[in-house]
Design a protein around this ligand. Sequence first.
Ligand SMILES: NC(=O)c1ccc[n+]([C@@H]2O[C@H](COP(=O)([O-])OP(=O)(O)OC[C@H]3O[C@@H](n4cnc5c(N)ncnc54)[C@H](OP(=O)(O)O)[C@@H]3O)[C@@H](O)[C@H]2O)c1
Length: 276
Amino acid sequence: MSASSVTADGRARVLADGSQLPMLGLGVWQVPAGAACINAVRWALELGYRHIDTAQAYGNEESVGRALRDSGLPRDAVFITTKFFPSNRDPVAAAEQSLKRLDVDYIDLYLIHWPERGPTWAWPGMERALQRGSARAIGISNFGVGELEQVIAAGTVRPAVNQVEFNPVHYRRGLLDACLAQDVAVEAYSPLGTGRRLSDKTVRRVAERAGRTPAQVLLRWCLQHGLPVIPKSTHRDRIESNAQIFDFVLSAEDMTALDSLDKTKGTERALEHKWW
Ligand SMILES: NC(=O)c1ccc[n+]([C@@H]2O[C@H](COP(=O)([O-])OP(=O)(O)OC[C@H]3O[C@@H](n4cnc5c(N)ncnc54)[C@H](OP(=O)(O)O)[C@@H]3O)[C@@H](O)[C@H]2O)c1
């Protein structure tokens, strides 16, 4: 990562095309459509989040759109990511459906959710969605180094982002280095390990030392590696405290202790097990 990849205030990752991806977003995987999702997104927007991460597979794009509308914020103040569900065949048609459900004119970032049936077949459709203006940026998710290289070789536009599971236990250093070398931003999903890393002994020790919550420590660890984070919560107090990660710094010693939790051996892979 070059020094200029994150804005001076530390709030956004600058993508290859110069656009900015906010370093903090709210993830809404496993948040049921309806009141739960509308409330979570509403609270996040009230509390200063300007980035929401949803997907066609999550079934809650309409609720995200509803909360966005209700917030009264201008469309261009909020960064919306959604993901192409690759069991479908046509990224362009699927993007149109997402735009309707979200009730917006464009998606800020449109990702292939996972490389089902191979890494390259959906990319031309993603590029068309970009050309048509349905998406402002396109990228991939759950792609390892080999898969990323195939997309780059086959396409005319490079993925702006690769969204992968990333936290101290899944410190995919090989994948991160390869993405950065190709000017592809890595975005950290499941930064709390879907909640499982919050009780880790080392994480708790660092949190005590820093006077912070385990969640804040895990999120801050990603920020200090230059990675945007999209923690999920349906609780207002947690959504609030998860945003308080820009006013402290983990020491080099704490970063090293957290780095050493990696169980992937610095892998170039995006996933340990496929789910498709
Ligand atoms: N591209 C992909 O394939 C992919 C895959 C997985 C995830 N994602 C994205 O990444 C987002 C985040 O990942 P994730 O949903 O796996 O989980 P996560 O953000 O790592 O962890 C969320 C879990 O931690 C709990 N939690 C959140 N903040 C907390 C806090 N301050 N204190 C205690 N518990 C807290 C949440 O519970 P409560 O809700 O009850 O607070 C929830 O159980 C997803 O929502 C999705 O947008 C993408």
